[in-house]
Design a protein around this ligand. Sequence first.
Ligand code: FAD
Length: 569
Amino acid sequence: MGDQANSQFPFSQKTNTPRRVLIVGGVAGGASCATRLRRLDESVEIVMFDRGPYVSFANCGLPYYVGNVIADESNLLVASREMFRDRFNIEVHTETEVTAVDRNTCTIAVRDVHTGDSRSERYDALVLSPGAAPIRPQSPGVELPGVFAVRSIPDSRRIRSWIADRDAKTAVVVGGGFIGLEMVENLIHRELSVAILEKLPQVMPPLDPEMAIPLMDHLAAKGVQLHLGDGLLSIEARADGGLIVIAESGARLSADLVILAIGVRPETALARNAGLQIGPRGGIVVDPQMRTSDPHIWAAGDVIEVQDVLTGQETVLPLAGPANRQGRVAAESIAGRATHFRGVQATAVVGVLGLTVASTGASEKGLRRAGVTSFEKVYLHPGHHAAYYPGAHAIHLKVLFSVPDGRILGAQAVGLEGVEKRIDVIATAIQFHGTVHDLAEVELCYAPQFGAAKDPVNLAGMLAENVLNGDMPVADWSKLSRADALLLDVREAEEFAGGHIPNAINLPLSQLRARYLELPKDRDLWLCCAVGQRGYYATRFLTQRGYRCWNLSGGYTTYRALKGARMAI
Ligand code: FAD
């Protein structure tokens, strides 16, 4: 990451005219670029255009405005036109759409959305940060009144009014990604009964399926109806003014309103029409300084393609943190600094009705898609703080790492407390190309109400080290049904009686030292317990007595999640 100042504006300066930087889109990427550029260069003229009525508003707060958690709309406005003008000398034109880019004359065409009047604006540098638009499927009925997508403050306002005016009681959210789930939480907060229709067999697609199971259980326990593995076919109007969502399976879901949250698509029309290079994932291609295929045009935010630092593949990642950082990098580049964007690792978190779900880096399915095979994984389910202090809640944690070097590839976590803290620590370690050995060693805060002397992050590192150095070989869950190994469950008899893996035999750890000679030495032993800890102890004990042992990482808790996710076990 370079920060070397270079006072040269990176393109030729026209005589007698101020250098003009025009920015399309005034929210995360655009506004960050504008203000950073002003801090770097007082002499440049900066003009920002947005077709909406606001700039610099909190898109991420919109679901909570719908839910009335944020009751005052003005709290969503991070900065006003006046603040941009007075504090930063940045000219802002709202409700002004940029309709075309002419690269030959270095001009853009802009149109007043109210009057329709058009004019042309000259640029020396142009920054495109128009974001990504919600995908509206082609299905019949998606244009009916009462069907909404959530992108802007006016969108949220319309949903609020619809709920209030019609005293709405039921909603269908189409799409179980993070915006869909945030809408579920907020509609429930408004006391609506909510159903999710999701094409995949799981919610939160970035998670591996088994990690989504605790989330789906939680949603079901909170009364959310889950229609998974079922897509949207059409929407019909009911005679009483309500709607019926018809699923591909034929299911008919009645609703007073429908939220479409099936993903977003980069808004590349301007860039495509201007002949800028578009990548295979549908975003504008930029270099690490956010420069497009035209040296006078930069792009940032949801509209661009970026490199995934774990898989090395190009991706689109519509998240606010990267958009802000990319806007800043574009400004640095325009100001002549050699700052580079490092790429993304998809660190994300969502809160759903009290549960927190967070992830960073690659998922197992993402690694497999990318053709990565030399990796291992550990599952663990530690308390979010010391077990002896009241109120500890389990964090379900999965960590993926490369073999044999132990480089951390990704992590996913679900739980009631302390989830995002652990993922943020692991995300930081990934930034520094950290290994599981670093996780084992990292020194974190500890007092009983906050963590444990061996924090879940340390434990994850230690478990992974045990796998790498052969202290705890892990069995492959996906081979469970094919295994000719003996499945040995080392939980106590009552726990075993409460549910166990088919064909497992029970020999509690508490009796193992006295009875281990009952076990056959000529068979592989696959060990299972509740969360993997006693299985590990048993693995160590038996291995040192000449048995061939593998632990089932995460134990019966992980087994149930895998089973729930209908994975091949
Ligand atoms: P945007 O912020 O979308 O801004 C683009 C602006 O460009 C828009 O105002 C648009 O009107 C304007 N525009 C587009 N085309 C033109 C044109 N031709 N002329 C003029 N103006 C134009 N991310 C997170 O990391 N965490 C979250 O919790 C989170 N929650 C979210 C919740 C919701 C409901 C939504 C919609 C998004 C959420 N995001 C979240 C994603 C995050 O908001 C985006 O990744 C981020 O805002 C992208 O910044 P951007 O500058 O690329 O685009």
